[in-house]
Write a protein that binds this ligand. Structure first.
Ligand SMILES: [Zn+2]
Length: 414
């Protein structure tokens, strides 16, 4: 479809400017750190609320500190479409992860508002504050509240300064006693849509600005303990050693090899500890983490079994003991086919050829799985770099994403 650029609002530069304004709101000087319910989150909440009002929305802060901007339907009734992302960050973050989706949604609604356009459905733009999970043990509280799956026990979780989530919410001006009222009725909700940077290098490598997410990967985490025999680095001959670290090294490589054998499967040993290690001691113990992800649950569980088996084989051959302790597990969360098809058609109408791809990273969207249909639009980011101040998405790609979102709204309206 031909798009007359002269008729289109210019979203990209305006969104990039707002992202720079948000990026200045940090808990730490000189770098971007915006933790849930911290002072920078407070200021970001106020700024986002201001932008939402400017865009013709009524705004409130919900009991878990999500900013909710509502753009009423043409006739005041109808269903509601949710569009959101998050405004909290990791420590020393980039400015695009999260805020891109929030600001893009606001500016697309603003363009409709400025031209006097209403839709046959209401739009709620939501800026969640608890996606990165840096401050408290559990995460996605804001999106879970909307899905109706928020666990009240999370209110008692303590941060590193022994401040509970409940206390932090109260200090923020929220009343967590009213979380249950935030549950959105699935029958009254069209779906949830999120624009987010890819946080990986695939779109860039393929020369494509946009992606349509097929599923958010399921994940299995665990810890592997390897126990050998510590010994003197000088006196024990090589053939008589039970070195836990060289065994672990072989296990690590075997995990990598297994993951490489399957498309879309990823496995990572992100942390490896050698306790009581010393330069002149053969390592007697090693503990390492495992993180295995796939958009296909059966492939992930098979990979986990294979990896456990190869770890056991290596241990036997090297005369060390090993133990696998399972940790966090989550199934893959599939995007809604109908919403995703509309989003893809919208991107194509704007001149893009979106790539259908899984998301290896978790997102607020997955809180809605099996409750409210959801879809995600990925935006190419430079070098696939994320959770890093070098994170970058171009104004041109952001512009394309915003136009795709605007076109998507028209399609849902039709
Ligand atoms: Zn994010």
């Amino acid at each position: 479809m031909h798009v007359n650029v002269a008729d289109q609002p210019a979203f990209g530069e305006a969104i990039a400017t707002r992202l720079a304004e948000l990026a200045a709101l940090s808990d730490e000087p000189g770098r971007l750190t915006r933790l849930y319910l911290g002072p920078a989150h407070r200021r970001a909440t106020d700024l986002v609320a201001y932008w939402m009002r400017e865009a013709g929305m009524s705004v409130r802060i919900d009991p878990l500190a999500s900013v909710v901007g509502r753009y009423e339907a043409r006739d005041g009734g109808g269903k509601t479409l949710l569009i959101g992302s998050h405004i909290d960050s990791v420590r020393n973050a980039g400015r695009f992860d999260g805020p891109l989706g929030v600001v893009t949604a606001i500016d697309v609604v603003k363009a409709a508002f400025k031209s006097g356009k209403r839709f046959p459905f209401a739009i709620e733009v939501i800026a969640f504050g608890d996606e990165e999970g840096v401050r408290f043990a559990s995460t996605l509280s804001g999106s879970r509240a909307l899905a109706g799956t928020f666990d009240e026990k999370a209110l008692d979780e303590l941060d590193g300064n022994t401040i509970s989530r409940r206390e932090a919410l109260t200090a923020f001006g929220c009343d967590p006693r009213h979380v249950a009222a935030e549950k959105r009725e699935p029958e009254r909700t069209i779906g949830y849509v999120e624009v987010h940077i890819e946080q990986g290098p695939v779109l860039e490598q393929q020369g494509l600005p946009l992606g349509i997410v097929t599923a958010i990967d399921g994940v299995t985490r665990g810890i592997v303990d390897v126990e050998g025999i510590a010994g003197h680095a000088g006196t024990v001959p090589m053939a008589m050693r039970h070195d836990a670290l060289t065994a672990a090294a072989e296990m690590v490589l075997a995990v990598e090899q297994r993951a490489r054998a399957q498309p879309n499967l990823v496995a990572t040993i992100g942390k490896l500890d050698v306790p009581r290690s010393a330069p002149n001691t053969i390592p007697g113990r090693v503990r390492f983490t495992l993180d295995i992800r796939s958009p296909v649950d059966a492939e992930r569980t098979q990979a986990v079994e294979d990896i456990k088996a190869v770890i056991a084989t290596v241990a036997r051959r090297r005369g060390v003991l090993q133990r696998f302790t399972p940790g966090h597990q989550a199934p893959a969360a599939f995007c809604d086919e109908r919403l995703s098809a509309q989003l893809a058609a919208a991107a194509e109408a704007c001149g893009a050829t979106p790539k259908r791809m899984p998301s290896g990273a978790g997102h607020d969207a997955m809180a809605f799985y099996k409750i409210i249909p959801f879809a995600m639009l990925f935006v190419r980011c430079r070098g696939g770099i994320s959770h890093n101040p070098d994170e970058f998405a171009s104004a041109a790609d952001i512009d394309l994403a915003a136009h795709a979102l605007a076109n998507f709204l028209d399609r849902i309206a039709a």
